[in-house]
Design a protein around this ligand. Structure first.
Ligand code: NAP
Length: 504
């Protein structure tokens, strides 16, 4: 069973109090970051006091060097002496850097006095050894070749942590854990936003432990979730080897509401799945390499992906090139926002159009003006045409706008003319007004009229400046949140074959 380890890194409140809070939050193991806590006397006192009553959540002692991202800038002799002194108090586990371990036989012998190294049969119980490597610059391209020579004693747990650029790096790390899962115990994790999936999926792929912070102020590594986020949002307690993996692929995705929506809905429906943010660098080549990697490894358990800016068109093209099935509406929109993998076969759909249709339900078709000529505009135009609207689009890039108009069979005008003629429905399909640029609006307030309906696809914030101005002049408004929820519900149906139920 993968342990949930909570690192303690600061002494702003008494150590014993932090330990109780970590155990109450569900920690299986408590990491004492001696290099950051600084006060070895307080640590010794804690370990001594608890020696009899330890049991449920043992300690992991770590004295991380500055070279590997920690706070220890002293010498090896002093560090080993500290391991010896604190190790005698039987914390449970000792984290020693692989580089340090390799440096001298004398040092290995000293560590062997307090940690189980397999070198000689110990007569009294010893701490377990974790040998660790922290690559702060990158996730190496030849990951397997870099991990293979990790010649630790058989009894030791091997740990390697890499800095990720995006979730493709994260998946390469997770795949190494999966491949090594059945052998010696491993901890393989990624730092940064792209590494979040390695921290959550450590449980699916049989990692020895994962780390989670006690709270936002105690993050010991970039991208580390809090224990509450891991358990409540990412469903830690329910994860297992058969858990299906879903996620949102885009750049950026940090502020996406989809993980919250999908994880909660899967939990309500009793579905064994987890939904994760998967930031993938914006270049098409990166997306293609990432998808090819997943497609070649169905055993990773990825069943469905939401696709967002800037990869919706890349997803369509990838499916075309790899012979995957594409729905008619996705072809018409020129974009795929939903990828599904069913027994190794990938297919693509677009639920934005149906989501927009739902957001515009009940309106009498008339003249609609659409602002923008990107993926959301294509989906909204397709939805409006299905419902019988007469559509005209306004875009700032005349060539792109004309092309969309030609492909979808609607009128177009240049951006500067957007407020010149009247319409029954105005639909903003640009990102103007989206957080953090909440003060912006794509349309002059003076041109709004109370007979209009104004629809904004932007849903962060829900009440955009455009919608507020429309409401102020008495116009009817429709928010992008309805469309967002509807497209998410359709993705849920596509992946799980059942309806997404609403929160109670
Ligand atoms: P996209 O493919 O990048 O297209 C954005 C469009 O907006 C482009 O035509 C772009 O023009 C235009 N644009 C951007 N900034 C502009 C500005 N300052 N002035 C005039 N035009 C501007 O993006 P998308 O996927 O269509 O997404 C657009 C918006 O829709 C986003 O805010 C997104 O959150 C929202 N959306 C909402 C939902 C939902 O469920 N509610 C679903 C999908 C998308 P250029 O071509 O000249 O750059």
């Amino acid at each position: 069973m993968t342990a949930l380890a909570v690192p303690l890194i600061q002494l702003d409140s008494p150590l014993a109090q932090q330990v109780s809070a970590a155990r109450a939050a569900g920690a299986d193991l408590i990491e004492l970051r001696v290099d950051l806590l600084g006060d070895s006397a307080a640590i010794a006192e804690l370990l001594e006091r608890e020696q009899e009553s330890r049991g449920d959540a043992p300690y992991l002692l770590t004295i991380r060097s500055a070279a590997e991202g920690g706070g220890w800038d002293g010498g090896d002799d002093e560090r080993v002496a500290l391991y010896e002194r604190l190790g005698l108090l039987q914390p449970g586990y000792l984290d020693v850097e692989w580089a340090t371990w390799q440096r001298s036989a004398n040092l290995r012998q000293k560590i062997g006095l307090v940690a189980e190294t397999g070198a000689e049969p110990g007569t009294r119980a010893k701490n377990r050894l974790i040998l660790s490597w922290h690559e702060l610059r990158e996730t190496p391209a030849d990951l397997a070749a870099r991990l293979d020579p990790f010649d630790a004693p058989a009894s030791a747990i091997r740990k390697a942590v890499f800095t990720t650029r995006d979730a493709f790096d994260g998946w390469r790390i997770a795949d190494e854990l999966r491949r090594r899962g059945a052998g010696a115990p491993w901890i393989l994790l990624g730092m940064g936003e792209g590494g979040l999936l390695t921290r959550v999926l450590a449980k699916k792929f049989g990692g020895f432990l994962t780390f989670a912070a006690l709270d936002e102020d105690s993050l010991a590594a970039p991208g580390q979730p809090t224990i509450a986020t891991l358990r409540e949002l990412y469903r830690w307690d329910a994860l297992g080897p058969a858990t299906g993996v879903y996620g949102v692929v885009g750049w950026p995705v940090a502020h996406s509401q989809s993980p919250r929506l999908h994880n909660a809905a899967m939990a309500r429906a009793g579905i064994d799945g987890v939904y994760l943010p998967m930031p993938i660098l914006p270049e098409r080549e990166r997306f293609v390499a990432f998808m090819d990697f997943l497609a070649a490894r169905p055993e990773l358990g990825v069943r469905g992906l939401s696709v967002t800016i800037p990869h919706k068109e890349h997803a369509l093209q990838w499916l075309r090139e790899r012979g995957g099935a594409i729905s008619d509406i996705a072809l018409r929109c020129g974009a795929v926002n939903t990828l599904q993998c069913d027994r190794g076969r990938w297919s693509g759909d677009n639920t934005d159009a149906a989501g927009a249709l739902r957001a515009l339900q009940g309106l009498t078709p008339g003249r609609a003006h659409v602002l923008g000529a990107g993926g959301a505009a294509r989906a909204v135009i397709a939805a409006l045409q299905t419902a019988g609207w007469q559509v005209r689009i306004y875009g700032r890039d005349a060539r792109r706008t004309a092309e969309v108009a030609r492909e979808l069979g609607c009128e177009w005008r240049i951006w500067e003319e957007r407020a010149r003629t009247r319409c029954d429905l105005l639909a903003n399909c640009t990102q103007v007004g989206m957080s953090p640029n909440e003060d912006e609006s794509p349309y002059p307030a003076a041109a709004l009229r109370k007979e209009m309906t104004v629809f904004d696809t932007v849903y962060q914030p829900e009440q955009t400046r455009l919608l507020r101005a429309a409401a102020d002049c008495g116009a009817a408004v429709r928010s992008g949140l309805t469309m967002f929820r509807a497209q998410a519900a359709l993705q849920f149906e596509c992946w799980h074959g059942r309806a997404m139920t609403n929160e109670a």
